[in-house]
Every structure is written in structure tokens, then in C-alpha cells.
Design a protein around this ligand. Structure first.
Ligand code: NAI
Ligand code: MG
Length: 352
């Protein structure tokens, strides 16, 4: 099994080093890692944020572990040369259409949440957001009508195969968790949502062990803050998922703890091809200080083990070690603690 490691910019290399320590500590047979440049680092070395050799390595791998991109010294470059284009380029080139964002409350961190501790304590959910379709990619323009008024429009659409493939990802994710899936749409108003709902129901026939429910997006936004504990897996379209996934992540608190996966269509011998990254950026303000919390990166590695390498037991081991480290008070600056990047990585390795 081959993992492409793209550390990127800012704190990216610092947190990647800790994830690699954890991978080494698992002592898995037949795992190979290979590094490549991405983002501002790649622009400086090769003149492009996503050089062909980096893309080729990713295509030849079973999964990608991605740090973060973004370098203030590149702020004046043309848009297509900016570090952030690398992640968009990878999503497009590899058809990464399923964005998975777990939001789990770790014990003892309830005070970091924007919600009341007794409500926050119950959060253990996964948002599955479709990434390649919906209103973001439809025909769009600002035009002038015959009577001279300006009108903006964005065409919302989903084809049934686009809905089916994200539904399969969500049902399979639910099978690996509490076996409950809530599909979020706006089927009372939108035809796109009606098709979405019909296709999700059709797909559910293949997953009789998963309990399926449906919720309108406005209600889902309310329920996420009222009673987030009711959700296990949530599946939704690109627009609704963009908003709900940010909302859900802030319900648990620190940015240094939140992992994500972007899965593709390709099936490898072990699982689904995907890219795994923390949801935070390159944090240039703390780069080089040794203060970055590597936990989001390490939890992204756990997701990689689970979804791309089929190593569920090892994924759970890593997640348990992170939880134990937090319980033992190993906290980075983002959690009001004093532990440094390497110290946190070492503590997790010890617990493993
Ligand atoms: P950011 O997430 O990098 O930082 C926001 C704040 O959170 C900063 O104060 C930072 O120090 C802190 N922070 C972030 N990660 C942390 C960690 N692991 N441990 C401790 N503290 C942490 O967002 P910002 O500042 O808006 O963007 C910085 C650069 O990152 C920009 O160039 C942006 O475009 C890029 N970016 C890249 C992403 C990616 O690679 N997928 C995602 C988001 C932003
Ligand atoms: Mg967003």
C-alpha cells in the first residue's frame, strides 16, 4: 500500500512529521510512504502549486495524506499559481466527490464548544457532503433583463448517478458507525431535492441494516445546535453541506482537532481512494514555533486507515490514543494547554 504524503506549507510539514511517527508506531506491514511538494513550497521549487510529478505520485498511490497549503509570500501571484489551487486541482483531477467531516466531542473539552457542555457532550456525528455537483457548478451569470434590471442566477442540478454515488458512500459510512443515516434536503420546495430524496430512498434498498431518515435543511440547521446528539451520519448536497459542515465543526470547538476525508470513485484493493487532511489551514502565524496541534492531522491519518486501507481496528486505535492523550491533559495552545507539536505526537505514540 502506498501513501502519498503532501506536507505543503506553514505548519504542514510540522504536523505531517507527527502523523508519520504515528504511522511508524503502528508497525504495519507493506506500507510505503512517498513525499511530494505541494502548494507554495511546490511553486517555489517547480513554478507550480501542483506539479505534474506530484499529481503522478498521487495517481499511483492508494491514498493521499495532505497537510495544508497557503503561503503569505505567494499572495500576489496570479490566481492559478496560488498555493490554494493545489487542493482544488487535486479534487478535480482525482474526482474527489465525497467530503467526510466527523465532529466528535472528546471528553473534557466540552467547555471549548459554542454549545452548552451538556448538549456538546453528546456530539458524535459525521457529515458527508457532495463536492462535485449542485449549484456551485451549474450555469451562472449576472445578466441584464430587457427592462434594464440586473439579474443573477445559478442553476442548481443533480443527476441521479451523482446522488447515488454519494448515497453509497454515506450508507457505507453509516454501516461502520451507529447505522443511522439522515439525508438532508429541501424537498418541500426544490425539485433537485425531490430527486435527491427519491434516489437516496432507492439506494437504501441495498442497505437494509441502516436506518434512513430525512430532514429539511432549515430544520437540520436548528437540530444541529438544539440536539446534535440525535445524528449519526448526515448526507447532503454541496451547498447545504458547505454550511452544515462548518456549523457542525464549530459545535465541537478547536480547529486543531478536526479531520476530513475527500473520497473518490476509484476503488483500490483495500478501500476507496481518498485525500485526507485537517480542516485547518497552514497557520502561518504559528509556523516554525512548534505550537501547532498535530491531532487533526493524526485523526486524518486514522480516517485514511479506515476508508482507503481498510484498517478499521488501527483507525480506532489511533483515535483512542488521541482521546486518551486529551484526557491525560496533553493539550496544545489551541486548547489552552502548553504541549508542543512533537510532545503531542510523542504522547500519542506512547499511548499506542
Ligand atoms: P488557519 O486554519 O491556517 O488558521 C486559523 C487560526 O487557527 C490561526 O490563528 C492558527 O494559528 C490557528 N490554527 C490553525 N491550525 C492550528 C493547529 N493545528 N494548531 C493550533 N492552532 C491552529 O486559517 P487562516 O489563517 O485563515 O489561513 C492561513 C492559510 O491557510 C491561508 O493561506 C489559507 O488560504 C490557507 N488554508 C488552507 C487550507 C487547506 O490547505 N485545505 C484550509 C484553510 C485555509
Ligand atoms: Mg466552507
Amino acid at each position: 500500500m502506498k501513501i502519498a504524503c503532501l506536507a505543503g506549507d506553514g505548519i504542514g510539514p510540522e504536523i505531517m512529521a507527527e502523523a508519520k511517527k504515528v504511522l511508524a508506531a503502528l508497525d504495519l506491514p507493506d506500507i510505503e510512504t512517498a513525499d511530494a511538494d505541494v502548494g507554495g513550497a511546490a511553486y517555489k521549487a517547480h513554478g507550480h502549486p501542483l506539479p505534474p510529478e506530484t499529481l503522478a505520485l498521487c495517481k499511483a498511490s492508494d491514498a493521499i495524506l495532505f497537510g495544508a497549503v497557503g503561503d503569505p509570500s505567494c499572495d500576489n501571484l496570479e490566481r492559478h499559481l496560488r498555493p490554494e489551487q493545489a487542493i482544488l486541482g487535486l479534487r478535480q483531477a482525482l474526482t474527489l466527490f465525497a467530503n467526510l467531516r466527523p465532529a466528535t466531542m472528546f471528553p473534557g473539552l466540552e467547555d471549548m464548544s459554542a454549545l452548552r457542555p451538556e448538549v456538546a457532550r453528546e456530539i458524535d456525528l459525521l457529515i458527508v457532503r457532495e463536492l462535485n455537483g449542485d449549484v456551485y457548478f451549474g450555469e451562472k451569470a449576472i445578466r441584464t433583463l430587457d427592462d434594464g434590471r440586473r439579474q443573477g442566477f445559478d442553476f442548481m442540478s443533480y443527476a441521479e448517478d451523482e446522488v447515488r454515488r454519494i448515497a453509497h458512500v454515506a450508507f457505507r459510512a453509516a454501516q461502520g458507525r451507529d447505522k443511522r443515516l439522515c439525508s438532508v434536503d429541501k424537498a418541500n420546495v426544490l425539485e433537485t431535492s425531490q430527486l435527491w430524496r427519491d434516489v437516496v430512498i432507492e439506494t437504501s434498498a441495498e442497505y437494509p441494516d441502516v436506518e434512513l431518515s430525512h430532514m429539511y435543511v432549515d430544520n437540520a440547521a436548528m437540530q444541529l445546535v438544539r440536539n446534535p446528539g440525535q445524528f449519526d451520519v448526515v448526507v447532503t448536497g454541496n451547498l447545504f453541506g458547505d454550511i452544515l459542515s462548518d456549523q457542525a465543526s464549530m459545535c465541537v470547538g478547536s480547529i486543531g482537532l478536526l479531520a476530513s476525508a475527500s473520497l473518490g470513485e476509484a476503488q483500490t484493493d483495500f478501500g476507496t481512494f481518498g485525500l485526507y487532511e485537517p480542516i485547518h489551514g497552514s497557520a502561518p502565524d504559528i509556523a516554525g514555533t512548534g505550537k501547532a496541534n498535530p491531532m487533526a492531522m493524526i485523526l486524518s491519518l486514522a480516517m485514511l486507515l479506515r476508508h482507503s486501507l481498510g484498517l478499521e481496528a488501527q483507525a480506532q486505535q489511533v483515535e483512542a490514543a488521541v482521546a486518551k492523550a486529551l484526557e491525560a491533559g496533553v493539550k496544545g495552545a489551541d486548547l489552552g494547554g502548553g504541549a508542543g507539536t512533537a510532545e503531542i505526537g510523542d504522547a500519542i505514540v506512547d499511548l499506542l
